[in-house]
Design a protein around this ligand. Structure first.
Ligand code: 4MI
Length: 396
């Protein structure tokens, strides 16, 4: 029998507004339907249980990335931008790109940013405390990464407003051509041009991470155009993801006052709070892979050349793996979640992301006594990312 005959089917649309707005009931339904589910809407195989998501991510030879990690199959359709040398590549090309980047993102370089990030976070939180009420998304979750990350990369001060619209194109671009995809891409030519121009060595300050990438990539034998594409990975992956992670973290804390009190009592829990946020409200909800061969998984054979969809956010709340998964709990061991992926493609910037989270949540814990919602949070829908558009709070 063919796999489509034995695998449970679902008519859920994981890229519909309703699903993206509140995915957790649908995640449970997908997990409970079986270890692998066929999504009739997109004709793809879906994995929502932790064990299978992890198995897919840690077998890149079988579940490849070079056909794209969105719905678009690069073997059949032209992608909206040149494929990433890092994200949308397999061995050996991926290994080479990854090596150029890990050569730069050493523990030493990451340590260099600790003081800068911490100080910037303390200053920003101090200003917001003076204001009393503010929008967490614009004034904190966007403002902070938009300052420290482009500084770290070595981008000039002008034009940074292009980073978030570009991120929106990247992350909505992984989904189907629905209204979110079209809206993100509309009028994006100027944004793309700015991004590509600022991946070039002459646009980057000589002491930043971008310049180091150019250097490391040159040593690996990459041509100038390819070196710029490696910098593009930073500008694609480094802003929207952390914006959503930081916004989600403050949202979780403001809506779980016991956990906020625990963090205030012990600001050294800031790192744990960020990690638990990545598990509980995973900023990157989904990624696709493509089967390279007929593959046996959970007792069925999936054909070669097909898209499979991994639900990272659902895996991170799978009760088969986690105790009380729907509880936001700083004291749990959240390590091992797949919010940063897993295996060879696991987030290469995760140490920088954690540093941003630790700096910002630490500053809040040290300076703020009361944190409460000052209005209804509004969700920002994205084909890939989970996060908020606005989050009004009052602090004291
Ligand atoms: C996981 S988010 C992400 C990672 C890498 C790239 C984009 C987004 C890229 O362009 O390499």
């Amino acid at each position: 029998m063919t796999a489509t005959a034995v695998v449970p089917h679902s008519d859920l649309d994981p890229f519909s507004d309703a699903f993206l707005d509140d995915p957790y009931d649908a995640h449970r339904a997908l997990r409970d339907a079986g270890p692998v589910v066929y999504l009739d809407h997109y004709r793809v195989w879906a994995f929502a249980r932790f064990a299978q998501v992890r198995a897919v991510l840690t077998d890149p030879a079988t579940f490849c990335s070079s056909a794209g990690v969105g719905l678009t199959d690069f073997r059949k359709e032209t992608p909206w931008r040149a494929p990433s040398l890092l994200l949308e590549a397999d061995q050996p090309e991926h290994t080479r790109a990854r090596h150029a980047i890990t050569k730069v993102l050493t523990p030493k370089v990451v340590r260099r940013f600790r003081d800068t990030f911490t100080q910037a976070a303390e200053v920003l939180v101090g200003k917001l405390l003076d204001r009393g009420t503010f929008d967490v998304v614009a004034d904190l979750a966007e403002a902070f990464p938009l300052q420290v990350f482009p500084d770290a990369v070595g981008l000039p001060p002008d034009g940074r407003e292009n980073l978030l619209p570009y991120g929106s194109m990247v992350f909505n671009g992984f989904g189907p051509r629905n209204h979110l995809f079209e809206e993100a891409m509309a009028g994006g030519v100027a944004v793309r041009d700015w991004i590509m121009a600022h991946c070039e060595a002459d646009a980057l300050s000589p002491d930043g991470v971008g310049a180091l990438i150019h250097q490391a990539a040159a040593e690996e034998g990459y041509e100038p155009g390819e070196r710029a594409l490696l910098v593009r990975s930073f500008l694609s992956a480094g802003v929207d993801t952390t914006v959503h992670g930081l916004g989600n973290a403050v949202f979780c804390l403001a809506t779980h006052q016991d956990q906020w009190q625990a963090l205030r009592a012990d600001p050294s829990l800031a790192r744990a709070a960020f990690e638990e946020t990545i598990r509980f409200e995973s900023p990157v909800q989904t990624f696709f892979r493509t089967t390279t061969v007929d593959v046996q998984i959970a007792g069925v054979t999936l054909p070669a050349g097909e898209k499979v969809l991994t639900f990272l956010g659902a895996a991170n709340r799978d009760p088969r793996e986690w105790e009380n998964p729907d509880e936001f709990d700083l004291s749990r061991r959240a390590a091992g979640h797949v919010g940063f992926g897993a295996g060879t493609h696991a987030c290469v910037g995760q140490m920088l992301a954690r540093l941003e989270g630790e700096a910002l949540l630490g500053a809040l814990a040290r300076q703020v006594e009361t944190l409460e919602l000052a209005g209804p949070p509004v969700r920002q829908l994205s084909n890939t990312l989970r996060g908020l558009q606005t989050l009004p709070v009052r602090v004291g």
